[in-house]
Write a protein that binds this ligand. Structure first.
Ligand code: FAD
Length: 453
C-alpha cells in the first residue's frame, strides 16, 4: 500500500527513520505543506532558507516532492484519498504549536481510516524520554546531560532498501525565496554534510579553546542544518564517536565539549516539551513582579547595532548581515537588552527569530530565558555582562568588532572596545554610548530587589 511521508523539521533523505518506516510498507509520496501560521512568524530569512531546502529536497526526490499550501488537517486526508495511501508517516514534533497541529491532523486522518505513524524525532533522544529515578524531568542542564548520555541513542538509520517514490501529476511549485539582505548558507543535505566534515577536519580539535572567540569564527555553524533537519544529530554523534577512538588530552576535550553543546539543544527541547507555555512566557517565577520598560528608541538602536557599545553592535549587525550570531555574542546582546535596557526578553527573542536562519523556539527562547534570569540557569539575574569587559576578554585583538563595524576599522587592537577613548577623527561617525552601563546595572539590581520586597 502507498504511504505518505510528511516532511517537517527533517528535510533530508539520509538517516531518516520515518522515511525508512514508510518505505518498508510501500511506495512513498513525499509531501511538504506550507503552513500559513508558521510562515507568518518565520520572517524572510527563514522563509528563504526553507525555500532553498525544499528546492533541494525536490531534486533529491527526483521531482516527486509534493508541495501544498494550507491546513494539513485538510490537505493530508485529501492527498491520502488521491493516491490511496493507508498511512501518513512523520518524525515526531515536540514543540507546542506542532504538537497541537499534529493532534488535529491525526484525528482528521483517523476519521478517514488513514493511519498516523510517528518514527524518530529531530533529536538523538526524543524530548520527554530522559527522566530521573522518580520519573521526573531534569530542571538543570548538567544532570540532564549525564542522564541523556546514559540513555543513549540508536545508530543512524540505513538508507531504505528499494525506496520508490510515488508521483502526482499536479503539484505546486516550491515557494520562491523572498529577497533578503542577509547572506545565508545553502540549506540542503549535501551542504550540511559538507559543512560538518569540514568542521570535523579543520576546527574540531581546537573547539574547546576556540568556541568562545567570535573573531576566530571556528564554531561548526551546524545550527541552521539542525534547525531544518538537513542532518540528523545522530549522524553527527556517530561521527564524533568514531573520531573519539585514540583521542586524548585537548583533542578529546574538544570533542566532548562539542557533544555537550549538542546536549544543550536536546535539553532545551526537553524543557519546552515539559513546559510548553515557556515558549513565550517565563519558565520560572524567579522574576515575578519585575518592572520592565516598553521597547522604545533604545530598542531600535539595539536592533540596528548603534548602541555605541562595539561588541553589542557588532553582534547585532552580524545577525542582520548573516542571519547568524556567535553564541558568546548572543548571550551578551541578550543580557544588554534585558539588563541595560530593562526590556522583557520576548521582545528580543522575537527579533532574533525574525532574523536567525537557525531560529528555533526551544534554543532561542530558552537561551534568552537563561540570560534573562527566568530560565534554567542557577545563577541568574544578578550576573550582568559588562559589554566592554566581554569584548576585551573574548575579542582581545578587536578582530570581531572591526569585521562588523566599518566605522572603527582603523582603530587598532583591543582599543576598539572603548571608542570613546579614541580621538574623534578615528571614530568615523560611530555613535556615542546610549547609556551608562554602571548606572543601568545598578538600576537592574534595584528592580530585582524591588520584586523581593
Ligand atoms: P557550535 O558551537 O558549533 O555548536 C554546535 C551545536 O550545538 C549548535 O549548532 C547547536 O545545535 C548546539 N548548541 C550550541 N550551543 C547551544 C546552546 N547554548 N543552546 C542550544 N544549543 C546549542 N541556537 C539555535 O540553534 N537556534 C537559536 O535560535 C538560538 N538562539 C539563541 C539565543 C540566545 C540568546 C542564545 C544565548 C543562544 C541561542 N542559540 C540558538 C544557541 C547557540 O548560540 C547556537 O546554537 C550557536 O551559536 C550556533 O552556532 P554553531 O552551530 O556554530 O555552534
Amino acid at each position: 500500500p502507498r504511504q505518505i511521508l510528511w516532511f517537517r523539521r527533517d528535510l533530508r533523505l539520509g538517516d531518516h527513520p520515518a522515511l525508512g518506516a514508510a518505505a518498508t510498507e510501500g511506495d512513498v509520496l513525499p509531501v511538504f505543506i506550507l503552513d500559513r501560521t508558521l510562515l507568518g512568524t518565520a520572517g524572510d530569512v527563514r522563509t528563504a532558507a526553507l525555500a532553498d531546502a525544499l528546492a533541494h529536497l525536490r531534486r533529491a526526490t527526483d521531482g516527486a516532492l509534493v508541495v501544498r499550501t494550507g491546513d494539513p488537517a485538510r490537505i493530508l486526508p485529501q492527498l491520502a484519498k488521491e493516491v490511496d495511501a493507508t498511512a501518513v508517516h512523520v518524525s515526531s514534533e515536540t514543540f507546542p504549536y506542532g504538537r497541537r497541529r499534529d493532534a488535529r491532523v491525526q484525528e482528521a486522518l483517523e476519521a478517514k481510516d488513514v493511519a498516523w505513524v510517528e518514527t524518530g524525532s529531530p533529536y538523538a533522544v526524543t524530548p520527554g524520554r530522559v527522566r530521573n529515578g522518580s520519573g521526573d524531568r531534569y530542571k538543570v542542564f548538567t544532570p540532564f546531560s549525564k542522564a541523556w548520555l546514559e540513555h543513549g541513542w540508536r545508530a543512524p538509520a540505513d538508507d531504505p532498501e528499494g525506496l520508490r517514490w510515488c508521483r502526482l501529476v499536479e503539484t505546486d511549485e516550491v515557494p520562491e525565496a523572498p529577497a533578503i539582505d542577509a547572506d545565508i548558507p545553502t540549506i540542503s543535505e549535501e551542504a550540511a554534510l559538507e559543512r560538518w566534515h569540514a568542521f570535523l577536519d579543520d576546527d574540531l580539535d581546537d573547539y574547546d579553546d576556540g568556541r568562545d572567540r567570535p573573531g576566530d569564527d571556528t564554531t561548526s555553524r551546524m545550527s541552521a542544518h539542525l534547525k531544518w533537519g538537513t542532518i540528523h544529530p545522530r549522524t553527527m554523534l556517530a561521527d564524533l564517536e568514531r573520531r573519539a577512538r585514540g583521542r586524548t588530552g585537548k583533542r578529546m576535550q574538544s570533542l566532548l565539549r562539542y557533544r555537550t553543546e549538542l546536549a544543550w539543544r536536546e535539553f532545551y527541547a526537553d524543557v519546552l516539551w515539559h513546559a510548553p507555555k515557556s515558549d513565550w512566557h517565563d519558565l520560572t517565577d524567579a522574576l515575578d513582579g519585575m518592572a520592565y520598560d516598553e521597547p522604545g528608541d533604545a530598542f531600535d538602536a539595539w536592533r540596528e547595532g548603534r548602541t555605541g557599545f562595539p561588541m553589542v553592535d557588532a553582534g547585532m549587525r552580524q545577525l542582520l548581515a548573516e542571519g547568524w550570531m556567535h553564541n558568546r555574542v548572543r548571550m551578551l546582546t541578550a543580557s544588554f537588552l534585558v539588563k541595560d535596557l530593562h526590556v522583557w526578553w520576548p521582545h528580543g527573542a522575537r527579533h532574533f527569530l525574525d532574523h536567525l536562519v537557525d531560529g528555533d523556539v526551544a534554543s532561542n527562547n530558552h537561551g534568552w530565558q537563561w540570560t534573562a534570569g527566568t530560565g534554567t540557569d542557577a545563577a541568574p539575574y544578578f550576573r550582568v555582562f559588562n559589554p566592554v569587559l566581554q569584548g576585551q576578554r573574548f575579542d582581545p585583538e578587536g578582530e570581531y568588532v572591526r569585521r562588523w563595524i566599518p566605522e572603527l576599522r582603523h582603530v587598532g587592537g583591543g582599543a576598539v572596545h572603548e571608542p570613546w577613548k579614541v580621538d574623534d577623527g578615528y571614530r568615523d561617525g560611530y555613535p556615542e554610548r546610549i547609556l551608562d552601563h554602571k548606572e543601568e546595572r545598578a538600576e537592574a539590581l534595584d528592580r530585582l530587589a524591588a520584586t523581593k520586597r
